[in-house]
Design a protein around this ligand. Structure first.
Ligand code: 6R9
Length: 646
């Protein structure tokens, strides 16, 4: 029996959604979605009101997903202009620099002016509605300004996480034929500089990137960077000349808002495409309900803007709600491991949203660095990105939240646009490690391998049986891949790629990915991506990559490498290969373990048996199952003998 943390009466008394509301609203949302989402959609300002709400089908032969399809609106207007009259002086973004002595407070009025200037700058550089703009920026306010400026003129942004390598950046530029890049001279994280402009220069030497006409460079650190005329332009000099007025482009609800690349089980990362109306309705409504947002909250999501959490819950959801959103440039352990909590005290943060991996890393340093701060402003805590182990949940609750703050463990994906399974702190009792119950309008189901939906307490694969407004609409440039990836495995449903268990109380427990995606510190990586980086090395013949248990990261990367004939496996080569992957993809993809494999376990048809490799990496050599179908069962014994985790 898992422990139950009941809803606190004090919290419930002030909460936006109370227990009785949850039951009745959930019921309405799934029985009459048109009525429900028709009403909720009105939270936004529409330049042309919609008359239709849901028009969707998950049938692969007739797949379509449209929400509010005849409505028109602009995302930037909704995030900025409409707050100006009453809340113009309210702080939209609190920016906390990597250096604890650096911070900025930007009001809605100021942000609006910057966004208009940036939008005019883009227009003057020839950017038009529908053009793709790559944003490769550190965590500075200009990232939010650039996103909203794109939204204002109808350009589609594709943000690439600043930790990705030139090759990864190039791949994403080529895939969406980007016209312009917004970057910075350098990023600054934990006192270390990240060479963003140098990476862009390198990326733009790769074949296929010549669609890029302009590179706009924000000056962050001031270090000298090479500027190549006429391609490269300084942000500050262009911005100085722009007007603070820019009429918003009226967008259809189903016009694209952004592309965000994410890893899948096969091939290269896919461009998840989100559209305008449904996405913003869903991001803003979930943000208000899940975080119990109230007028004077100071809300802090620690995610980088390069991930979907940064899109939906640092920028779009909070700003659409007129909230104060904190953006942090740094890392949890710089200058020391109290940093998160010092920032909480400094800015009087009330709502705090982070990843289990950060909590586990901070747990390692004990309670003292937390306890020396006050944290009395906090009233709700959240987690996202990976399953949270009950020990970390309890620590977060007891040590960080002083047993006062409810925890919302929010399950969702880049593809879902917003949170799908989560407690609502005023309505749903929490169980450490469970994402608990579906949000309004979400119909999860658990299926067995044959696709049969299981009733009651059950464990299997997690699917969603009906659409919701925030859902992705396509894989950019490859609609067939969208259909094949998500709607063919269990026909008529959206397949999440996650496994889950539903307990006797109807609570959902996400057990992790069931496909070849590994979740490293809450970041998704396809094993195929790491494998193709490894085999691109001239000394590697073959590679297989699986996830392995990791105390801090949740999952680590475990690589099996077969070298070309005649190449000696040495410690230097092991390091060289790890560095190679780091350079090819980015630091987050660096293998934690790299085992030499004289051979890999394969079926007679040549398929690598990952199940066996996973068990070896998990140090469970007695659970390999049937290996008799292998072409050469002999390879297994030596891999077991040489395994790196014991
Ligand atoms: C928002 C985000 C999605 C994958 C998802 C799942 C894992 C996210 C989780 C969780 C258990 C949670 N995941 N939140 N697992 N509990 N609360 O993280 O998007 O980067 O696309 O990752 O992350 O495996 O399928 P994304």
């Amino acid at each position: 029996m898992s422990k139950l943390y009941p809803v606190s009466a004090e919290f419930a008394a002030q909460a936006n959604i109370k227990a009785a509301d949850y039951a009745s609203l959930y019921d309405e949302s799934v029985t009459d979605p048109d009525e429900f989402w028709g009403r909720i959609g009105k939270r936004l300002e529409w330049s042309k009101p919609y008359t239709q709400v849901q028009d969707t089908s998950f049938d692969a032969s007739d797949l379509h997903i449209n929400w509010y399809a005849d409505g028109e609106l602009n995302v930037a207007t909704n995030c900025l202009d409409r707050h100006l009259e009453k809340h113009g002086d309210k702080i939209a973004i609190i920016w906390e620099g990597d250096d604890p002595n650096e911070s900025r407070r930007i009001s809605y009025r100021e942000l609006h002016a910057e966004v208009c200037k940036c939008a005019n700058m883009l227009k003057n550089l020839g950017v038009q509605k529908g053009d793709r703009i790559t944003i490769y920026l550190p965590m500075i306010p200009e990232a939010a300004v650039a996103m909203l400026a794109c939204a204002r003129i109808g350009a589609v942004h594709s943000i690439v996480f600043g930790g990705f390598s030139p090759d990864s950046l190039a791949g994403r530029i080529v895939d969406c034929t980007s016209k312009l890049i917004i970057t910075a001279d350098e990023g600054l994280r934990g006192g270390k500089k990240v060479p963003l402009k140098i990476n862009v220069d390198e990326a733009l030497q790769r074949p296929g990137t010549n669609t890029v006409e302009t590179v706009i460079v924000v000056r962050r650190t001031g270090s000298p960077v090479a500027m190549q005329a006429p391609r490269d332009r300084w942000y500050h000099s262009l911005m100085a000349a722009q007007s603070t007025e820019c009429p918003p482009e009226p967008m259809n609800a189903e016009d694209p808002l952004f592309i965000l690349y994410t890893s899948g089980s096969t091939g290269k990362p896919k461009g998840v495409l989100h559209t305008t109306g449904g996405y913003l309705v869903y991001a803003s409504y979930t943000h208000e309900c899940v975080f119990d947002l109230q007028e004077n909250d100071v809300y802090w999501c620690t995610a980088d803007v390069g991930w979907v959490t940064g899109h939906s819950y640092m920028v779009y959801g909070p700003l659409a709600n007129g909230a104060t959103s904190l953006m942090f440039e740094g890392v949890p352990n710089y200058p020391d491991v109290s940093r998160f909590w010092q920032v909480v005290d400094k800015h009087q943060v009330t709502l705090f949203y982070t990843a289990p991996t950060a909590i586990r890393a901070l747990m390692r340093d004990g309670e003292a660095p937390v306890k020396k701060t006050k944290r009395t402003s906090l009233r709700l805590l959240g987690t996202v990105g990976e399953p949270i182990n009950p020990e970390a949940w309890e620590w977060y609750h007891r040590v960080v939240g002083d047993e006062r703050c409810p925890i919302v463990d929010t399950w969702w994906q880049t593809e879902t646009g917003g949170i799908l399974i989560t407690p609502l702190a005023g309505a749903i009792a929490q169980k450490p490690g469970s994402a608990t119950k579906p949000f309004f309008g979400i119909k999860p189901a658990i299926v067995d391998v044959n696709g049969t939906q299981l009733e009651g307490a059950a464990e299997g694969n997690l699917v969603i049986t009906d659409s919701w407004p925030g859902q992705m609409r396509t894989v950019y440039g490859d609609h067939q891949r969208f259909i094949d990836t998500y709607f063919k495995t269990y026909p008529g449903t959206y397949f999440t790629g996650d496994g889950a268990r539903r307990d006797e109380d109807g609570y959902y427990w996400i057990t992790g990915r069931v496909d070849d995606v590994i979740n490293v510190s809450g970041h998704r990586l396809g094993t195929a991506e790491v494998e193709s980086a490894l085999v691109a090395h001239p000394k590697v013949a073959e590679a297989a990559v699986v996830g392995c248990p990791h105390d801090i990261k949740g999952q680590g990367i475990y690589a099996y490498v077969t070298l070309k004939t005649g190449i000696e496996p040495t410690e230097e080569l092991r390091k060289e290969l790890r560095d190679w992957v780091r350079k090819e993809i980015g630091p987050i993809a660096t293998p934690d373990y790299l085992q030499w494999a004289p051979g890999l376990p394969k079926t007679r048809s040549g398929k690598i048996m990952r199940r066996i490799l996973r068990k070896i990496a998990e140090n469970q050599p007695d659970q390999l199952g049937d290996i008799s179908t292998l072409a050469d069962p002999g390879v297994v014994a030596s891999l077991v003998d040489e395994r790196m985790i014991r």
